[in-house]
Design a protein around this ligand. Structure first.
Ligand code: UDP
Length: 260
């Protein structure tokens, strides 16, 4: 599969349709050897520069799909074009819709606040009758550092044996968690998709389509969670242009390696 290297991330040059086809093949396999999918955006690109754990998780992911329009635009500007945005929050419903009526898909929802995944499961079963939620867990804050909690979650997943584990724990927690536990996760694939469970539950609203298409989804999300996101986006707005500039310089002179 064609990949584009940008800012230390090797991103697959796949369209939404191609990514869904790939996942359909994966979930039709008999084997439960969990691979996983990550969906980088500008924030991940910035975070990854200083977070070795996230870098490792990205390196071992089966699919790396560009979640944000800015990454796609910059890829074209730098002559390493990605075909289109493949946002995690669009990938999940697209995969559900691609399951033929004579097949079924078993999913496990891990993440979001208590009660939210339950509502998401109800909405999913109403909209996609052949998608079955076989497990739900909303682990408490800090669970990832608690070995007993991790064992409990791994046992629950092993019992449910889902085709797809949907991880909505936020970045970099979801990527680091699946990277650390991938050998013991009994699922065919895991999707690291941030707030997707919230969106499926109707707990959070996606930005209007015109904002999604014009690369302004971040602005919508910031206006709905200013306290949590303003500082993060300010940092991204400062660092990301430096990453683009460096990438451009490195491409012109590959022997040069600078850091931000
Ligand atoms: N979340 C969680 N457990 C945690 C931390 C976060 O379940 O320990 C959930 C949170 O409830 C929300 C999602 O992770 O549903 C955050 O998704 P978002 O894409 O907003 O995260 P980001 O990667 O932007 O921080």
């Amino acid at each position: 599969m064609l990949r584009r290297d940008l800012f230390g991330i090797s991103i697959h040059a796949l369209s939404m349709g191609q990514a869904v086809e790939h996942l359909l093949c994966r979930v039709r396999e008999a084997e439960f050897s969990c691979r996983y999918v990550v969906t980088p955006n500008v924030d991940h690109a910035v975070l990854l520069q200083s977070h070795g754990g996230l870098r490792d998780a990205y390196r071992d992911a089966e699919l790396v799909l560009a979640d944000g329009h800015p990454l796609v635009w910059v890829s074209r500007l730098l002559g390493r074009p990605l075909p289109e945005r493949v946002a995690g929050s669009d990938l999940v419903p697209s995969l559900f819709s691609a399951i033929p009526p004579n097949e079924s898909l078993r999913i496990f929802l891990l993440g979001a606040a208590p009660g939210v995944a339950q509502r998401a499961a109800e909405n999913i079963s109403r909209q996609w009758t052949n998608v079955q939620t076989v497990g739900i867990d909303s682990p408490p804050i800090g669970f990832e550092k608690n070995p007993a909690e991790n064992e409990r979650i791994l046992a629950q997943i092993a019992l449910a044996k889902p085709d797809v584990l949907i991880l909505g724990l936020g970045a970099p927690k979801q990527e680091c968690w699946i990277h650390q536990h991938r050998d013991r996760v009994i699922a065919k694939t895991a999707l690291c998709v941030g707030a997707t469970i919230d969106f499926l539950a109707g707990e959070k609203k996606r930005a209007p389509l015109w904002m999604q298409h014009s690369g302004l989804e971040w602005a919508y999300r910031m206006s709905s969670e200013p306290k949590r996101l303003a500082k993060r986006y300010a940092k991204d707005a400062w660092i990301f242009p430096q990453l683009v500039w460096q990438q451009w310089l490195n491409q012109r002179n590959p022997s040069r390696q600078a850091s931000p």
